[in-house]
Design a protein around this ligand. Structure first.
Ligand code: ADP
Ligand code: MG
Length: 679
């Protein structure tokens, strides 16, 4: 097993009184044939340049008895078949060269019986087929005898058995057409036979080529029938029958060439082992009963009360569930171990309780908070409208821009699930809007708050500057400032205690931070607009997808209708009715639309990602500037402050306004670039 084996190629020469001694010579080891053509005879041969050929084979049988032929060619193959290896023996050669004689032999004389009856005898099954095998075999057809072998072990308990096949193939004559002088139907047959022989050769050569993965078995009936017997896991023998007469030399040469090509082919014989499922179950049942008895003995020896090892019923499982709950609550100190099955059930119930608790926690959270699927664009934009989320797409209180999953959800994402979460959200939105009011300030915790898949909108809480920045909206500039914020020049003497940062931040935005703040807001509004477009595109894509599904369904229905009514075919073209045709066109159109929208969405997402990056950068700068400004204004001694005033050269940490990227300008150039690119 696992080792590759060559096809064995033998030659059997038909005995004749007119043997061409001068042309055909056997090697001393009986494994080669040399052919020599005399110059004067050479004319008219296939290859008129060459006069000498030498063929190396696995054995040359001349004047060999049927007995010797069987011993040499078939005995091992049959023996191996009884051990589970498939085997194939083929006779090849021109008509009259002795293929049938070799394969089946003659019925008159027992000594002259061929490979087939001997193989049956070797397999001790000769009773059945003896008469059948002697059927007439036309030289113009291929004849395949298959012996199926199934071997069970004599001991009953063995559930393993082997199956194998022996194919004995008496091929049709390989002679060339011009010589046989066939006409009409016979010519047609001969052409077909010749073709199938060359298909056979192609298939065998393909099998021998380890680089080839396609074997052309379907080319003709012959190769199809031999599909699992050629090459592959088979022991294969080719016996080439030739005439030893000068007049047949051309066919002899052709047959020998075929033999030497086949000799190069390799196969990988393997045992065909099978399992008898019924026997296996019986054996396992027996063993199970035995082991149960064994267990019972062990229990009684260990003085254990009778333990039941059968599968648990509902009541027992419920009891374990209750034990696990009490254990988790702390009212049960330990769970007694009884047997393996019970231990497994305890773990199982741990899992059950855990997942129930997870659900309970989520339910509690849902009662208290609004949960939104981060990939639900529609819901997010609804929240934005309702004022629960800032333009960055964060729910208020969410600190950082990872909430908007770009390229995360495939568009085929289960629509059912999505629809459900959307509905749930809407219900909750109405209640939370009523409770908190759309404009009520809601703050979050701090910047290091890590985001999870679902976002929470916590109830209002006092926030600092960073929170204020998060809920910074277009409308915020029109809101009255919480404190009077005098311009820097008019600022009254520094208060003894610095103002709270949120208050100071409003001041900052109106004076030194105004330009950065303006760019920040502008960038955010562009980002928001792109998000809205992405959300709309997603909705369109979903609508197209739904329409595509419906069209496909309708098409399938039309198709099944057509199949039920019987198909019409005209010159190989399928006839379909108008309705089906229109559906096909529609589907094509929808697919086109889908692709376009999909591409748009991809572009939008790339844009959004970039915008998000710039917005984050702006926010970061704004905060940094504010900190500097705050320290300058309230903690640095006044005399130093003078030198820091606008106009003087020292501005610690200040980033020049010109270096803050405006998204607006950036996108203008980008869009121009993209359009130029698409053309
Ligand atoms: P094929 O099947 O290749 O067309 P056959 O097996 O029918 O050829 O052989 C043609 C004739 O030659 C038959 O009468 C057969 O008995 C005889 N014959 C072939 N080979 C031998 C052989 N080795 N010894 C004796 N007779 C043979
Ligand atoms: Mg024959």
């Amino acid at each position: 097993m696992g080792t590759r084996k060559k096809v064995h190629a033998f030659v059997r020469v038909k005995p004749t009184d007119d043997f061409a001694h001068e042309m055909i010579k056997y090697g001393d080891d009986n494994k080669s044939i040399d052919i020599h053509i005399k110059k004067d005879l050479q004319k008219g041969f296939v290859n008129n340049k060459q006069t000498d050929w030498s063929f190396k084979l696995d054995g040359v049988l001349h004047n060999a008895s049927q007995d010797l032929v069987y011993e040499t060619v078939a005995k091992d193959v049959v023996a191996q078949a009884l051990d589970g290896y498939n085997g194939t023996i083929m006779c090849y050669g021109q008509t009259g060269a002795g293929k049938t004689y070799t394969m089946t032999g003659t019925t008159e004389n027992y000594k002259h019986r061929g490979i087939l009856p001997r193989a049956l005898q070797q397999g001790e099954t000769n009773r059945i087929i003896a008469s059948h095998t002697m059927n007439k075999n036309s030289s113009r057809s291929h004849c395949i005898f298959t012996i199926y072998v199934e071997a069970h072990s004599r001991t009953l308990s063995d559930e393993k058995y082997i199956t194998s096949k022996i194919n004995l193939v008496d091929l049709a004559g390989s002679e060339r057409l011009k010589k046989s002088g066939s006409e009409g139907r016979v010519l047609k047959e001969a052409t077909y036979i010749n073709k199938s022989l060359s298909f056979l050769e192609q298939a065998i050569i393909a099998l021998g080529d380890q680089k080839r993965d396609h074997i052309p078995f379907r080319q003709c009936k012959l190769t199809h029938a031999l599909k699992d017997s050629l090459g592959g896991n088979c022991n294969m023998v080719l016996l080439t029958n030739i005439y030893g007469e000068a007049s047949q030399l051309e066919e002899t040469l052709s047959s020998l060439r075929f033999a030497s090509r086949m000799k190069l082919v390799t196969t990988e014989p393997a045992i065909n082992e099978k399992y008898d499922a019924e026997r296996m179950v019986k054996n396992l049942e027996k063993e199970l009963a035995l082991l149960k008895q064994e267990l019972a003995i062990h229990d009684s020896l260990a003085n254990r009360t009778l333990v039941n090892y059968d599968p648990m019923d509902e009541i027992q499982i419920a009891e374990i569930n209750s034990q696990v709950r009490r254990y988790l609550e702390g009212t049960l100190d330990e769970i007694d171990i009884i047997n393996l099955r019970q231990i497994q059930e305890v773990f199982n119930q741990f899992r059950v309780v855990l997942s129930q608790q997870e659900q309970e926690v989520e339910l509690t959270l849902r009662r208290k908070y609004t949960l939104i699927d981060k990939n639900d664009f529609a819901a997010i934009s609804a929240v934005q409208k309702a004022g629960l989320m800032d333009v960055d797409g964060h729910l208020v209180g969410e600190p950082d821009g990872q909430g908007f999953g770009l390229g995360v959800t495939p568009f085929s994402a289960k629509p059912g699930k999505k629809a459900k979460s959307k509905k749930m959200f809407k219900e909750q939105l109405s209640t939370s809007a009523r409770k908190e009011g759309a404009s009520s300030p809601v703050g979050g915790k701090d910047l290091d708050f890590s985001t999870s898949k679902t976002q929470l909108t916590p109830s209002s809480k006092e926030g600092d500057v960073k929170d204020m920045l998060m809920r910074d909206r277009e409308t915020s500039s029109t809101e009255p400032l919480p404190l009077d914020s005098p311009k820097e020049e008019l600022r009254p003497p520094r208060p003894s205690t610095p103002p709270p940062k949120p208050v100071a931040f409003e001041d900052f935005k109106n004076e030194r931070g105004s330009e950065i703040n303006r760019i920040f807001k502008e960038n955010k509004s562009i980002l928001n607009e792109r998000r809205k477009r992405a959300s709309e595109t997603t909705q369109r894509i979903n609508a197209i997808k739904r329409e595509m599904d419906m069209t496909k369904e309708a098409l399938n229905f039309q198709k099944s209708l057509r199949e039920k009514q019987g198909e019409y075919e005209n010159k190989g073209l399928m006839i379909i009715d108008e309705e089906e045709f229109l559906l096909i066109l529609k589907l094509k159109d929808l697919k086109k639309q889908y692709r376009t929208e999909y591409q748009d969405l991809r572009d939008l997402k790339a844009e959004i990602q970039y915008c998000q990056h710039l917005v984050d950068q702006c926010r970061h700068r704004l905060l940094m500037e504010f900190d500097i400004w705050y320290n300058e204004s309230f903690f640095i001694p006044e005399d130093i402050q003078v030198s820091l005033k606008p106009g003087s050269s020292i501005r610690p940490g200040m980033v020049p306004i010109s270096r803050i990227v405006s998204l607006h300008n950036y996108l203008k150039t980008m869009m121009g670039f993209q359009q130029a690119h698409r053309k």
